[in-house]
Design a protein around this ligand. Structure first.
Ligand code: ADP
Length: 399
């Protein structure tokens, strides 16, 4: 069975074809700068046949048409025809509280997704554009499955998702904590349990997905019980360009005293804050780590602030458990920054997690970085959201 995984954003689409018998990648690519003068098409087969093309990509449908032509191309392709795509898994950011698990995207499900656009005005419309275009391009009857970033967190208890504001905002307006990066948190928790030889139903862990966007989740017996992202994707730990937790009084001060407009504040907190805002250099950790090493003070403070919030949240999330088995680092920074792990992990001793710095200096591999006798393991597990989406897609398409 071949599953095509699609992550459709507003100006770019990432795709992967996965062979579900072997669970191996067949090819992957990126359609970028959709709607701009010069679009780009990046494509790579698993055997390393890479190519890049510049061409105009006026809309999502044109980009996906180009992708299908390449997938079935005699030289670069991996399948003989579109009928060899057995199912498509679409990443969709927000399922609200109406969609709490992966679903087949029939007309009814599409209508529910559309009704959720106000919760994710930047992401859901772009996700749905990808679904619509591929439904038109692929043979009728090809199953399309939606896998939602929020769904894994639907298991959180009320104490984790209710905000302490007047009840009507929850009841009438649906304002509550949702949580994101669900497929990543779920994937690394399952994989960590497998590595440690534990039954996921009796495995308690904290997963730290630290990338451009970041969130940490407490997972009890395989289900999410608490997470750091909330109603939207701006709270919790500082991120590449997002502030993370700030006192809402700052927003009121910006409105009342600094006379800033909502749009401006959105841009400041979403695009100009976080690691970029503090360092004044870049949102990319590699640049900021290099600058800190050369003595740039704001870069060093930005790293200190990020690491402070990471250890603070890991310790806070531990209060969800009577017994904790593992703390797992994943995503770009979690996987590839020995610097960040080296600053955060010593502070986890208070939880019974004993860090072993001698085995920390590596990037993007599965490893245990705690001492052999540490009661709580500290692990690095590279995430694979696409495989998680493909597994759910296979499960639902087979029904
Ligand atoms: P996204 O949220 O966009 O999926 P990623 O999970 O790819 O993001 O993470 C991107 C982040 O990972 C960037 O800040 C990048 O600098 C960081 N990163 C990638 N490689 C390294 C590295 N070798 N050292 C430090 N940070 C890294």
């Amino acid at each position: 069975m071949n599953v095509l995984v699609i992550n459709s954003g507003s100006s770019s689409i990432k795709f992967q074809m996965i062979n579900m018998q072997t669970k191996k990648l067949m090819c992957k690519g990126l359609i970028e700068r959709i709607g701009l003068e010069a679009g780009g098409f990046k494509y790579q087969k698993a055997d390393n046949d890479k190519h890049y093309e510049e061409l105009p990509i006026p809309d999502h449908k044109a980009g996906l048409k180009k992708m299908l032509e390449t997938l079935t191309d005699e030289t670069h392709g991996v399948i003989a025809g579109a009928s060899e795509i057995d199912a498509v898994g679409h990443r969709i950011v927000h399922g609200g509280d109406k969609i709490t698990e992966s679903i087949l995207l029939d007309d009814k499900a599409m209508a529910i997704c559309e009704s959720l656009i106000p919760l994710a005005p930047l992401h859901n419309p772009a996700n749905l554009q990808g679904v619509q275009a591929l439904k038109e391009l692929l043979p009728q009857g090809t199953p399309h499955v939606g896998v939602f970033d929020t769904a894994f967190h639907a298991s959180m208890p009320a104490e984790s998702y209710i905000y302490a504001i007047p009840w009507k905002f929850y009841e009438k307006h649906g304002i509550r904590r949702f949580g994101f990066h669900g497929t990543s948190h779920q994937f690394v928790a399952l994989r960590a349990a497998e590595i440690l030889g534990k039954d996921i139903k009796d495995f308690n862990c904290i997963t730290a997905h630290i990338g451009n966007g970041s969130s940490l989740t407490a997972i009890k017996g395989g289900v999410s019980v608490d997470t750091t992202l909330g109603f939207g994707t701006m709270c919790g730990v500082p991120m590449g360009t997002r502030a993370g937790d700030i006192d809402p009084a700052i927003v009121l001060h910006m409105i009342d005293e600094l006379k800033l407009e909502a749009k401006e504040i959105h841009k400041i907190l979403y695009k100009e804050s976080g690691i970029l805002g503090m360092s004044g250099i870049s949102s990319d950790m590699r640049d900021v780590e290099a600058a800190a090493e050369e003595g740039h003070e704001h870069a060093r403070i930005a790293l200190d602030v990020l690491c402070h919030w990471l250890s603070k949240y890991i310790c806070g999330l531990a209060s969800n458990f009577e017994r904790l088995d593992a703390i797992i680092f994943t995503a770009g920074i979690g996987e590839c920054s020995p610097y960040v792990r080296d600053k955060v992990c010593p502070k986890l001793k208070v939880l019974g997690a004993h860090y072993n710095p001698a085995v920390n200096n590596f990037k993007a591999e599965e490893r245990i970085i705690s001492t052999d006798d540490s009661p709580v393991k500290i692990m690095v597990v590279p995430t694979n959201e696409e495989l998680m989406i493909a597994l759910d897609t296979k499960h639902l398409a087979g029904k």
